[in-house]
Write a protein that binds this ligand. Sequence first.
Ligand code: HOZ
Length: 430
Amino acid sequence: MTISESKRLFAHAQNFIPGGVNSPVRAFRAVGGDPLFIKKANGAFIYDEDDNEYIELINSWGPMILGHNNPMIREAVIKAMENGTSFGAPTAKEVEIAELIVSMVPSVEKVRMVNSGTEATMSAIRVARGFTGRDKFIKMEGHYHGHGDSFLIAAGSGAMTMGNPDSPGVTKGTAKDTLLAPYNDLDAIETLVAANKGEIAALILEPVPGNMGLCLPLPGYLEGLREICTREGIVLIFDEVMTGFRLAKGGAQELYGVTPDMTTLGKIIGGGMPVGAYGGKKEIMEFVSPVGPVYQAGTLSGNPIAMAAGLTMLNYLNEHSEVYAKLSHIGTKLSEGIMKVNESMGFGFTVNRLGSMYSLFFSTEPVIDFESAKKSDTALFGKYFQAMLHRGVYLAPSQFESLFLSTALSDDLIDRILNAHQESLKEIFE
Ligand code: HOZ
């Protein structure tokens, strides 16, 4: 495998782009080596600028549920482009997608489109503050809600990977209104609530966090949060940017039967185009301008090309429940296969999986929160990442990310991944 063009591009890029990349986690700093520059992707495969082919397990960080370059989505985008690329005015497709999202996501009675998950979470917190008249909010350690100032405190994903979970540039004034709690710990929430009685506007979390690697909620945890928030008048916000439409049609909230007050969405509702959205109960969403006083706007919000792609994706998922059974089959086969290989080689590494999201942690302890995720051996993960890449499997370049599977993964491809996994462990440990 030759990787010369990616190397050349990366060296050149660093002259013009900070770190040579437009999002830090792509830089491969946590795993060593130079990032791959991607030329194209199709189905289950991604291709770099040297024309190497890799089996894809990131899928643009989630949205490619049906694999890359899906013909239906491609056609919808081409067709929409024939009518122009941006109007900054209402379109029929925006109404159609809003109605569809309301019908699919249990908590959403009204929804506002934005351009990314970051915009969605920033806006949701602002609306929750406007609605309650309170300033503070609770965020979980290791959860990532995009790069809005008030979220870059004990943040997961790239912030955790780069060793900057608390970003400089966030003022003390902003940080003081973000209250931190460990995930999966209801007592910690009760303590925070008691110490800040009547001052907490919102509690935001990834119901199934994927930004410190994949962790699962302990039984009763989400239900417990729901109870506390209802009792205290706190707006419960599920950040389903990664889990929405992926874990189930209605996301984690449908799967666990717990309905938040607000939900943030992203990526998937654009079918891979830059889209986000936030929605929730009517009485909360009616605080949003122009009905209510909370201001939030955007020229590109509801962009017609992005709406065409997203609508095609969501309509397909809505009409094809079998997608979720298929994703679950793929996830089960892969994660059970990984565990079998590990056991046969005498390793007890932790594998967390739900549906088509999974993480392998180089730790033998259960991983349920930020503290336990941080115990994973990241140096070992780096070696594993490189060994897998060398064998043609493209993983997320950090221990603190979930992998995302697509329906394009055939049983044969899963066998190839399992074989690469076994060979990689052999290379590292023998
Ligand atoms: N975990 C991030 C998405 N939720 C990774 C994408 C990025 O930071 O570029």
